[in-house]
Write a protein that binds this ligand. Structure first.
Ligand code: SF4
Length: 698
């Protein structure tokens, strides 16, 4: 019995939240095979006894009436219930047929950043070893792949340089393109606490985020101009002697070329590009440069741009110039979106790398996996997600096995994604609910949610944490690990694992950075990779050297370039997309909880000046048209958004926000440019009522 609430439980299971990359540890209280309540684990290293309303209350989806509980197969154009035997044989026979007719590269798989490391590792092994191709990717492609690319270039490793606890020790925190109180609420609360204790916050975002109210300075830059902001800050830091010359000399290379580049980015020049008053930029540079310790946090407002990866490199430049990396309180903290977006990539569910970002065309790495798996492996880099869509439309890709990702809802240019799905001969979806993508599936497999499976996640601090099943999957649904290993076995590749912990042991054995990681070692405190030979982990990276052949941090020489889209007479406003506190990503889970009573739709935020000019009143239904698509939303008038910009979230499929997003993408990683879309907004007359209906299994 819970001593506080007098609630009776059969048992309490400690696990890790499956919503965002903070990685809060939770105590799930179970009675009669159902979750009855969830509480924060007091010893959770990332949450220290806190959760947000998603982790604590949004668990009713697990027993929603519309959970998938039986496989579905398509017959005469309709999905119908089928036995596991029929569904699995259909998958295996179709994949074998396509492989023999068109070769293994005609098949691709998507792993899920909501699933465990062990699920993702198994999925990558299924595609690489059982199918024979490197066509495997995950949804980090559409969020933080630019962060991963840039941090490897600048510092060596793909992950935060420090830990959330660095926020507690920072004199200054720069928040750029991130809205933690909505997207990463427990970290958002931690930042508020730090600000109340005296940490100076500088927020940089086209929208006045909530944390701006706790900060000393808010810089509202035009969407797509982050690079100019970073270059302008670096210009002032250098001009005013705020650099750490000994750090630059001893720990970095490439600074001379950067100095030449910075000359052009005077505060006045940056004001022209960004709209930020020159004096505010100078003040921000001094706040950062003069601080004893300062951390930089960013999110998708930095990465989901045409030059998102370059902006991350420029933020790394700023830390290198000032020596603010590898020290307590001076961390670079990319706030990763989904709960395991760090882990799904760390596990090698990517078209070019095995675990820990070792390339598929590196002979030693490929041979080590060939020895472990007992099959020859391709050295050819596979398709990234956008390349999969193009290849499907071109007729080169024939089948996709999509695990835990609703690409027809979340990926940009929905019409293009749908065309790709319609072009494929065979589509498998492994899901917990039917969704926009399952409409195009030939087989749908009922899978498990995070409260129903065991394994590990890796949070945004590089921390392995345990996930323990609190309840069973409903009806005939099975765990993802069980499904993937079974499909692999039926395709002729026996993985040889009985439990996810066996897969974790294999990852540990084959990956130097994760060596020593095990269920026992992770325990309740977690383990932040890279692991050291003595079994200790790494809360802080780069305190003495950077993780590349020279051991030095690398300055990138990258000028500002204009974003892929820009407003004009026909499309005069710039749309920025993001999240709200109450929902997560595609809303698949939170829309099936009481959170929908709090927020029941996506809204279009618009500044009063623009609303007045366009004859839009608060609550009006409006039409939004971009160069590639059109959709409709209800307007919310707010001064949080700057004039000329509009904002919406993308949690409800009926909003169809991604119809508006085009093909523009990050130049290095193909991450879509979700954050700069020129649109035209017009009022509509209708104002329909909306009454959410919440159904749960009784
Ligand atoms: Fe923590 Fe994120 Fe889960 Fe909220 S959604 S409880 S912040 S991990």
């Amino acid at each position: 019995m819970d001593p506080v609430s007098n609630e009776r439980f059969d048992r309490t299971v400690t696990t890790t939240c499956g919503y965002c990359g903070v990685g809060c540890r939770l105590e799930a209280n179970v009675r009669g095979g159902r979750i009855v309540s969830v509480a924060p684990a007091l010893d959770g290293p990332a949450n220290e006894g806190h959760t947000c309303l998603k982790g604590r209350f949004a668990h009713q989806f697990t027993r929603s009436r519309d959970r998938l509980t039986s496989p579905l197969v398509r017959e005469n154009g309709e999905l119908r219930p089928a036995s596991w035997e029929e569904a699995l044989h259909r998958i295996v026979s179709e994949l074998q047929r396509i492989k023999s007719e068109h070769g293994p590269d005609a098949i691709a798989g998507l792993a899920s950043s909501r699933a465990t490391n062990e699920d993702c590792y198994a999925m990558a092994r299924l595609i690489r070893a059982a199918i024979g191709t490197n066509n495997i990717d995950n949804c980090s492609r559409v969020c933080h792949s630019p962060t991963s690319f840039a941090m490897r270039k600048s510092f060596g490793l793909s992950g935060a340089t420090g830990s959330f606890s660095d926020i507690d020790h920072a004199d200054v925190a720069i928040l750029i393109g991130v809205n933690p109180t909505q997207g990463h609420p427990v970290v958002g609360a931690r930042i508020k606490q730090a600000a109340l204790r005296g940490c100076k916050l500088v927020t940089i975002d086209p929208r006045r985020i909530e944390l701006a109210d706790y900060g000393v300075l808010h810089l509202a830059n035009r969407p797509g101009t982050n690079a100019a902001v970073a270059l302008g800050l670096a210009h002032v830091v250098r001009r005013d002697g705020l650099t750490d010359e000994s750090f630059i000399a001893e720990r970095t290379n490439g600074y001379d070329a950067v100095q030449e580049l910075l000359d052009a980015y005077t505060p006045q020049a940056v004001q022209e590009i960004t709209g930020i008053p020159a004096a505010d930029l100078e003040r921000a540079a001094h706040i950062y440069g003069e601080a004893g310790s300062a951390s930089i946090l960013w999110g998708l407002g930095v990465t989901e741009h045409k030059y998102g990866s370059e902006v991350v490199q420029l933020l790394c430049n700023l830390a290198l110039m000032t020596g603010k990396v590898g020290k307590r309180g001076s961390a670079l903290l990319p706030l990763r979106g989904q709960n395991n977006v760090q882990g799904s990539s760390d596990m090698g569910a990517l078209p070019d790398t095995y675990t820990a970002y070792r390339r598929v065309d590196d002979e030693d790495t490929a041979r080590s996996f060939e020895e472990a798996w007992g099959v020859p492996l391709s050295r050819k880099v596979g398709y990234k997600i956008p390349e999969m869509f193009d290849a499907a439309i071109a007729g080169d890709l024939k089948a996709m096995y999509i695990f835990g990702e609703d690409i027809a809802h979340t990926d940009p240019d929905t019409a293009h994604v749908v065309k790709a799905l319609e072009s494929l001969e065979f589509v498998v979806c492994q899901e917990i609910f039917e969704n926009e993508t399952t409409k195009y599936a030939d087989v749908v497999l009922p899978a498990s949610a995070f409260l129903e499976k065991s394994g590990t996640f890796i949070n945004a601090e590089r921390r392995f944490q345990l996930v323990e099943a609190a309840i069973d999957p409903p009806g005939g649904a099975r765990t993802d690990f069980d499904i993937i290993t079974t499909v692999s076995r039926m395709l002729g590749h026996e993985m040889g694992w009985e439990t996810p912990w066996d897969a974790l042991d294999e990852v540990s054995r084959l990956t130097p950075h994760y060596r020593g990681v095990s269920r026992e070692r992770i325990g309740r405190s977690g383990a932040q990779w890279p692991m050291h030979p003595d079994g200790s982990d790494s809360p802080t990276l780069y305190d003495t050297f950077f993780d590349n052949p020279t051991g030095k941090g690398h300055f990138a020489v990258l000028p500002f370039k204009a974003p892929g889209d820009a407003p004009d007479r026909e499309f005069p406003l710039v749309l920025v997309t993001g999240r709200v506190l109450q929902h997560y990503n595609a809303g698949t889970m939170t829309r099936r909880t009481h959170n929908v009573d709090l927020v029941d739709r996506d809204w279009l935020e618009i500044h009063p000046t623009d609303a007045q000019r366009l004859w839009i009143s608060d609550g009006d239904k409006v039409s939004i048209r971009s160069r590639v698509g059109q959709t409709e939303l209800h307007a919310r008038i707010t001064e949080r958004i700057e004039p000329g910009h509009v904002f919406t979230s993308f949690h409800f499929p009926e909003a169809r926000t991604n119809l508006l997003i085009g093909q523009s993408a990050d130049v290095n990683t193909s991450c879509p440019e979700y954050k700069v879309v020129a649109v035209d907004v017009r009022p509509m007359t209708e104002r329909p009522a909306f009454t959410p209906v919440l159904e749960t299994v009784s």
